[in-house]
Design a protein. Structure first.
Length: 560
């Protein structure tokens, strides 16, 4: 019997995709390409069957949980609606929703507001937003976390910080106050949703539990590689954090390969572009930073980096400094930090980082993406999800080594500097407490800690942690927050409940000197001609990012 020969034929609608389209001389498809052919031809059927099964499961789950509080089943409802809409928009364009929203926004808000002179409009808007802040501050009931006096302290801190940022602005006359005020309002609304509504709090707790649960899966790989006994005997930062970083980055890379990350970031960027009036490219980067981290987020708009204005470069760097990335959540989890506050702080910092950046460095040039929604770069070099997982693991390993090298260098240098300062302090009688860099920065930042709404007895403890965050990094600061001394006491156990929440918000961010070099290197690699601009803007962006996270902390203090 003669052997059937196979020939390659061009792609057509009647054949499976190129690369699997071999057909025998008898005219029958080879078995090798039936799966791909079936998937392409019956994709709507597969989606429909999956949605029906998911709906049956959802209905059955709700039936069993019918006596459960709404806040407890809200995550399940959110997940069902999210997946259903995602499936719907595969077949139906979502443009009509964005068009309808834009039409509604223009008719109801934009056109009526433009009938009012611009300066008067901004003043009315600012007074209205301030009135909302003040009413919430005065009407919230007193709790164990503070009363009206401490909330007014936080509100005064926000006003003073914004006033100081205005005085130090690069171009005070060019400030777009609509963007600044809207950023503050959005940040406040997010804070209210999380801290003052049970549904919002449960949702963000669910997100933190999902993150914690995902990170725990890295234990299986770690035990396989090192053995369970070795981890139990010598478990520490490296054994608990670095495997989780590698796993999480690999997972994010797979989600990115499947298009999920681009979709989420794209929707968020459209939202912030429309509401705040920022450019599409800086909105994409700001939306991506809490998920993929500083530097890497700029890759999503790599085609625009070379042509960005200086204000846009300042904004994307500020966004990186004001948040932390999901890949390092495991580090905070291992320290016992509440991920709910960290995730909340990161989301709140998206609008605030854009607002504070436009306050510190207003736009004076013409942006290519001004008022234009930008789709994140969707192309990846990954062939399939296994390739994506492998590349993610390699990137996670690189990130782990960078974290390890950074921690070793910074903690060692900090110990050396503190030794020198303590030695010098002994000659002038400074022995209790001993003179350290943390103590010096603590006194410098003492008034700033008060502006956040920290009670008087905890001011020095919190300000020292803020100083540690700037000169070292947030890992070291969070570690100092929870580490017990020889007597078994820790900072977090000795300060008041109000201060515990505020400081966890304030320490959340990459605003430290070591991150400056990382950002210049990462973004500069995308566009080498802009390295000079990046270097000139870096310190200002780091300071602005630090201010953004502190305003998040002050808003938390206002709402407690």
């Amino acid at each position: 019997m003669s052997e059937e020969k196979s020939t390659v034929v061009p792609y057509s609608d009647d054949l499976p995709p190129q690369g699997l389209d071999t057909i025998s001389e008898t005219g029958r498809y080879s078995l090798s390409f039936w799966p791909a052919y079936l998937w392409r031809e019956y994709f709507p059927v597969f989606i429909g069957v999956f949605w029906v099964l998911m709906t049956v499961y959802f209905g059955f789950a709700l039936g069993l949980k019918k006596k459960t509080a709404l806040s407890d089943i809200l995550p399940l409802i959110f997940l069902y609606v999210f997946i259903s809409l995602k499936f719907l928009f595969i077949f139906v364009s979502s443009d009509f929703l964005s068009t309808g929203f834009s039409f509604f926004w223009n008719i109801v808000f934009v056109k009526p507001s433009h009938m009012i002179p611009e300066r008067f409009r901004v003043i009315v808007y600012a007074v209205t937003v301030f009135a909302i802040f003040l009413v919430v501050t005065l009407t919230l009931p007193v709790s164990e976390y503070g009363g009206r006096g401490t909330r007014i302290q936080s509100l005064a801190g926000i006003v003073i910080v914004i006033f100081f940022m205005t005085l130090t602005s690069k171009y005070p006359r060019k400030i777009q106050w609509y963007t600044v005020i809207t950023g503050q309002l959005l940040q406040f609304i997010l804070g209210v949703i999380v801290l003052k509504t049970n549904a919002g709090l449960q949702f963000f707790k669910w997100l933190s539990e999902i993150a914690s649960g995902l990170l725990e899966f890295s234990v299986a790989g770690t035990e396989f590689l090192f053995g369970e006994k070795l981890i139990e005997d010598y478990g520490g930062f490296a054994f608990t954090v670095f495997p989780a970083v590698i796993f999480f980055v690999a997972l994010i890379q797979i989600v990115y390969f499947l298009g999920g990350m681009q979709w989420l970031i794209g929707k968020l960027s459209v939202f912030f572009t429309a509401l705040m009036g920022t450019s599409g490219s800086e909105s994409v980067v700001a939306s991506a930073c809490p998920f993929v981290g500083q530097g890497e987020s700029a890759v999503l708009v790599s085609q625009y980096v070379e042509f960005m204005t200086k204000s846009e470069l300042h904004a994307i760097m500020t966004s990186g400094f004001s948040t932390i990335s999901g890949s390092v959540l495991s580090g905070y989890l291992s320290l016992g930090i509440d991920l709910t506050y960290i995730i909340t702080s990161c989301i709140m910092s998206i609008p605030c980082s854009l607002a504070m950046s436009k306050l510190r460095y207003p736009e004076t040039e013409e942006s290519l993406t001004k008022g234009k929604a930008v789709k994140p770069k969707a192309e990846t070099e990954d062939i399939n999800f296994l390739h994506a997982a492998g590349n993610g693991a390699a990137l996670g390993m690189t990130l782990s080594l960078l974290i390890a090298a950074s921690l070793i260098a910074i903690i060692s240098l900090l110990a050396f500097i503190n030794f020198i300062l303590t030695w010098l302090g002994q000659f002038v009688g400074i022995n209790d407490p001993v003179l350290t860099l943390n103590l010096i920065l603590g006194y410098i930042l003492y008034p700033f800690a008060w502006l956040l709404g920290v009670p008087a007895l905890d001011l020095l403890s919190v300000s020292k942690l803020l100083g540690t965050k700037i000169v070292a990094n947030e890992f070291v600061a969070y570690s100092d927050l929870v580490t017990k001394d020889a007597k078994g006491n820790s900072v977090i156990s000795s300060i008041e409940p109000r201060s515990r929440i505020i400081v966890q918000f304030a320490l959340c961010g990459f605003a430290n000197f070591s991150s400056v070099g990382m950002q210049i290197g990462a973004i500069g690699a995308i566009s080498p001609p802009r390295k000079g601009d990046l270097a000139r803007l870096a310190l200002s962006a780091m300071f602005t990012g630090f201010i953004s996270t502190c305003i998040s902390a002050a808003i938390a203090g206002l709402l407690l």
